[in-house]
Ligand binder design. Structure first.
Ligand SMILES: O=C[C@H](O)[C@H](O)[C@H](O)COP(=O)(O)O
Length: 227
């Protein structure tokens, strides 16, 4: 099985956990794309009655095109389940997210959700976080100074650019990817980053996930990370 097939496998497995009447957070990324396809199929064929809340403009467009009823996060008072991808998950189920630039909306949706599920192919499971650059969303104004302060702390920052242009998030901010490998104390790093003026949010998703579905060659593995 190639990586895409593993992603599809976990996407299809995840939607088995979606029940009638749920408010469902829809993550972002290539793995989630397969999940949203599978969810759309259940909505169309089984008339599954759910409301989706998207974590990006991309996912919202896909979900709407499949006929999944959608609401904005501010139009629901809570979410039952959010299904999202991840860039890295450590052995103690801490995560790095934001490779697809959606970390801010993803975190807002996740913290307002009863149960958070991450779906990944097995390459995302690591002993310690850090091999994947840690995305940090920053306000463009003054971002050079934030960047310099990160460099001075030894975080090896790199502005995310495509074809020489700054990548913009759905909130029109910039991203700075930090190269700290390994991240030995994710909580201390999170605490430091969130107090830097100009940082909107970082991609460390700590103590947040309840269930992880990992795609292996021999099938999906459902892991209960937290109750
Ligand atoms: O910003 C994007 C998200 O955090 C994604 O969920 C994450 O980057 C994983 O994406 P993919 O499934 O494409 O590897």
């Amino acid at each position: 099985m190639n990586q895409d097939q593993l992603k599809q496998l976990v996407g299809q497995k995840a939607v088995e956990f979606v029940k009638d009447g749920m408010y469902v957070g829809l993550g972002t990324g290539s793995t989630v794309k397969f999940m949203v396809d599978a969810l759309g199929e259940r909505v169309q064929k089984e008339h599954l009655n759910i409301v989706g809340v998207s974590t990006s403009e991309r996912t919202a467009a896909q979900a709407k095109s499949l006929g999944i009823p959608m609401k904005s996060v501010d139009d629901v008072d809570h979410l039952d389940l959010t299904i999202d991808g991840a860039d890295e998950i450590s052995a103690d189920f801490q995560g790095v997210k934001g490779g697809g630039a959606a970390l801010l909306w993803e975190k807002i949706v996740a913290i307002n959700t009863d149960k958070v599920m991450w779906i990944v192919d097995e390459s995302k499971m690591v002993d310690q976080l850090g091999a994947f650059g840690l995305p940090v969303e920053v306000i463009p104004y003054g971002s050079k100074h934030v960047f310099d302060k990160m460099a001075a702390r030894g975080y090896n920052p790199v502005f995310r650019k495509v074809d020489g242009e700054f990548v913009r998030t759905d909130s029109n901010n910039y991203l700075i990817d930090l190269h700290i490998n390994p991240i030995t104390d994710p909580h201390a790093l999170a605490e430091d980053l969130i107090h830097m003026v100009g940082v909107v949010e970082h991609g460390l998703f700590l103590d947040m996930v309840n269930t992880v579905i990992v795609g292996h060659e021999n099938g999906p593995e459902v892991i209960q990370a937290r109750p």
